[in-house]
Design a protein around this ligand. Structure first.
Ligand code: A2P
Length: 349
């Protein structure tokens, strides 16, 4: 009989947590047991999974006993509080928060790019930021053929990136505005419906927000290229789910458009979406619920003979978060990891 694993979802009631549940079922993850963890607010709730009604437990130290893999998406402070405890209890934590991403002993993994890094973990594996994952999946195959020398990115990020409550807030704002009422803000600093604003994460002394620096630093770590020249402008747009990105790539010499299309049409996790006659290219509505990152509108940069322009849309909750984490879990399981004894060893390293 093939091996099965005991999984806990930390943040099971959230937008990404809900997607974890869907993916574990649809991808037939070899589950021995599934534990649903959230804040004490959700304790006592039940969630349907594979025809069963599973209880949601408030996270606690004891909740990690007899768990092999924790899929965590409950925010950075929750991960900081619980990840080490889960590792001490013998689990591998695949963490969707930004809490550990830049720690040197924590691998930051996009399975299409650096799957081997997953096996260097010491208990925690970090799932990159959503915008970084989507960009990495599209850029890596080209970078393999001809090293990218510089990336200039602009993002168009949906409400889903701020969680389930943010998505509800944007819907409520849209309804309020259409009824001539004032749009209320609680999660977002400004109304998002019928509006947009630059990403509201903390700004540094250079004027870059945290989200933009995540794209810079995380891509460098994933690509194992600490000097890579990357700049980004991140913007929240009134889209419910799925982020889009305009990406300018500079190579050392001209990169033929036809070659880029051929490479991307065969790249894992990428779907080339282009109909130039119909002016039809990736859209967030069409990327929603899909596993692939939709890439298109690939064209030469008219301002730079060594440049390429491309446009992508990808489901932030799926490939940008839950799917990437479940793919990491699948990598471990494929190599028959983690089994509790091996974990005990890796946890001490
Ligand atoms: P809860 O629903 O009980 O608040 P999202 O990213 O969609 O906002 O979801 C966040 C997830 O993280 C939810 O499942 C939420 O649970 C969970 N969460 C938030 N704060 C905590 C906490 N302090 N401890 C455990 N889980 C938390």
């Amino acid at each position: 009989m093939s091996k099965t694993y005991r999984v806990a979802i930390l943040g099971a009631t959230g937008a990404v947590g809900t997607e974890f549940l869907e993916l574990l079922a649809s991808r037939q993850f070899p589950l021995a047991d599934l534990k649903l963890l959230a804040s004490p607010r959700s304790a006592g709730r039940t969630i349907q999974f594979a025809g069963e009604s599973l209880p949601v437990e408030a996270v606690s130290e004891a909740a990690f006993n007899n768990v092999d893999i924790v899929l965590a998406s409950a925010g950075g402070s929750t991960s900081k509080l619980w990840a080490a405890k889960a590792v001490a209890a013998g689990a591998v934590v695949i963490d969707n928060s930004s809490a550990f991403r830049m720690e040197p002993n924590v691998p930051l993994v996009v399975p299409e790019v650096n799957p081997q890094a997953a096996f260097t973990h010491q208990g925690i594996i970090a799932n990159p930021n959503c915008t970084t994952i989507l960009m990495a999946v599209a850029v890596w195959p080209l970078h393999q053929v001809e090293p990218v020398q510089r990336i200039v990115a602009a993002t168009y990020q949906s409400a889903s990136g701020a969680g389930a409550r943010a998505m509800e807030e944007m819907k409520e704002q849209a309804q309020a505005i259409l009824q001539g009422e004032e749009a209320k803000t609680e999660i977002f600093p400004y109304p998002l419906a019928f509006n947009l604003f630059t990403h509201n994460s903390k700004l540094n002394e250079l004027g870059y927000c945290e989200e933009e620096m995540k794209m810079v630093n995380e891509t460098r770590k994933i690509f194992a290229n600490p000097e890579m020249r990357i700049t980004a402008t991140c913007v929240r747009v009134p889209v419910l789910r799925a982020h889009s990105e305009a990406i300018n790539l500079e190579f050392g010499s001209p990169f033929p458009v036809a070659k880029a299309k051929e490479i991307l049409s065969q790249s894992p996790g990428v779907k080339l979406v282009e109909d130039w006659q119909a002016n039809y290219f990736p859209m967030p509505m069409e990327a929603s619920g899909k596993d692939d990152v939709l890439v298109g509108r690939i064209r030469e940069d008219i301002s730079n003979p060594n440049g390429l322009e491309l446009w992508l849309s990808g489901d932030q909750i799926r490939k940008g978060a839950a799917l990437n984490a479940v793919q990491i879990a699948e990598l471990l399981v494929k190599e028959n990891l983690p089994s509790p004894p091996e974990l005990a060893v890796s946890g001490k390293n």
